[in-house]
Design a binder for this molecule. Structure first.
Ligand code: ASP
Length: 417
């Protein structure tokens, strides 16, 4: 059988396994620098290509989706439904995280003296903690409004700004009517076709990109094994919650709401999950999420172009669940008892923090600082979990994109019924 006959996801999976095996062999034979010099750059190129295409894709498909609606009532209904579903799933994810971490108490593996030791150690070594300015809860709304179009398009973390400009453009087109805007709409359609073709090219490169990313990861995290065992309980708590969300909560609710077959759904989104897992970035995965959702989940372009880019920026259920667990875990480690009000604050702030988290690797660690400092937990504790963050980041990104496909499927299902 020729290689090109294999489905893409099988090639990506093979790339992942080969990356782990090759990374491990080269690590054990003392060839780490070969990986850094000659293999890792292919992973970087792959991620850069995906990011390159994200902003043009979001802009053209959103403008096209909205301008095709003809009816603004339909748009506001779709917007309201989408945002409510996103908030509801985030609320559930955070509550799950808080509930489980409070029951399992992974932070209790440390004795009182150990708690004191870590408190000392991490406050003197606080250069390990990400240096960020204090974030305020409303910041993400203020930052959503761009002051310069080119600056907004110049940084992928400004995806919400691009969404805002695209929505304004789409709404303006609908209000102006067909006659005045048809030329612009044709240009947008043609651009979209070109962008989708480029995504096809990039995805052909995915198996190699994923191979390089995973080989690089093996090398990067070879020194942190001691931390792995100390934080085992914490990792199990995070992984358990994430697996529950991704593989039980969404599929079962999708079945209940839309009668969609669970196995068909999981099969359709599996390639998206693989890419999210290997890139750790929902923004980088977005172009493929949009393409695959339309092709394999039967989601219309109208729904996909609105719901998915918005989801990739504001709906991060894996991230919000994880952030709640981190905050409470660190409080447990330092022996800090949280009051009921503090729990409610953690709940609300983590939802806000996850909305403001960019869809890039490790982004939520930075946002967790805002939650921790608002609740009064020493942010230095974050240094404790940084060493094992990457594998958890990979898994929470899987849940983040799965949550987006779930909401898109529900919105689409409701439209059809
Ligand atoms: N890596 C995550 C994502 O892109 C964000 C995070 O939780 O750090 O969805």
């Amino acid at each position: 059988m020729k290689i090109r006959k294999f489905p893409l996801f099988a090639k990506i999976l093979a790339g992942m396994v080969a990356g782990l095996v090759v990374g491990f062999i080269l690590l054990k034979t003392g060839n780490s620098s070969f990986v850094s010099d000659w293999i890792k750059p292919w992973g970087t190129i792959f991620i850069k290509l995906l990011k390159l295409i994200a902003i043009p894709l979001v802009f053209v498909s959103l403008v096209k989706g909205i301008s095709g609606m003809k009816d603004l009532k339909k748009l506001s209904k779709l917007g309201l439904k989408t945002v409510s579903l996103y908030l509801a799933t985030s609320f559930f994810a955070v509550s799950l995280g808080i509930g489980v971490v409070s029951l399992v108490k992974p932070g209790s593996v440390f004795s009182k003296s150990e708690s004191e030791f870590y408190k000392q150690k991490f406050s003197t070594e606080n250069q390990v903690t990400p240096q960020v300015e204090q974030r305020r809860p409303m910041d993400f709304i203020v930052e959503m409004v761009p002051e310069n179009l080119f600056a907004a398009a110049g940084d992928n973390r400004n995806m919400l700004q691009i969404i805002l400009v695209a929505v304004l453009t789409g709404v303006a087109i609908v209000l102006l009517g067909n006659e005045k805007t048809s030329v612009f709409v044709s240009v947008i359609s043609a651009t979209e076709a070109i962008v989708l073709k480029i995504i096809d090219f990039i995805m052909q490169f995915a198996p190699l990109g994923v191979f390089a990313l995973l080989a690089g990861l093996v090398i990067d995290f070879s020194g942190d094994s001691a931390m792995f065992s100390a934080l085992g309980m914490y990792s199990i708590t995070v992984i358990g919650c994430l697996l529950f969300l991704g593989y039980i909560f969404y599929p079962v609710f999708l079945k209940i709401i839309t009668k969609k077959n669970i196995v068909d759904y999981l099969k359709a989104i599996f390639p998206i999950q693989l890419l999210a897992f290997s890139t750790s970035s929902s923004s980088a995965t977005l172009p493929f999420t949009m393409e695959q959702s339309q092709r394999a989940l039967g989601i219309s372009e109208e729904t996909a172009s609105f719901v998915l880019p918005l989801g990739a920026t504001i709906n991060m259920d894996g991230t919000s669940c994880y952030q709640a667990i981190v905050v409470i875990f660190i409080a447990q480690i330092f022996g800090i008892e949280l009051s009921f009000t503090q729990y409610i604050m953690v709940l609300l702030l983590t939802i806000l923090a996850s909305i403001g988290t960019a869809g890039v690797p490790g982004a939520s660690v930075v946002m967790t600082v805002m939650v921790m400092s608002s609740v009064g937990i020493p942010v230095e504790g974050l240094a404790l979990i940084l060493g094992i963050d990457r594998p958890l980041d990979m898994l929470r990104t899987v849940v983040n994109v799965t949550g987006d496909t779930f909401v898109a499927s529900v919105v689409e299902g409701k439209k059809k019924s």
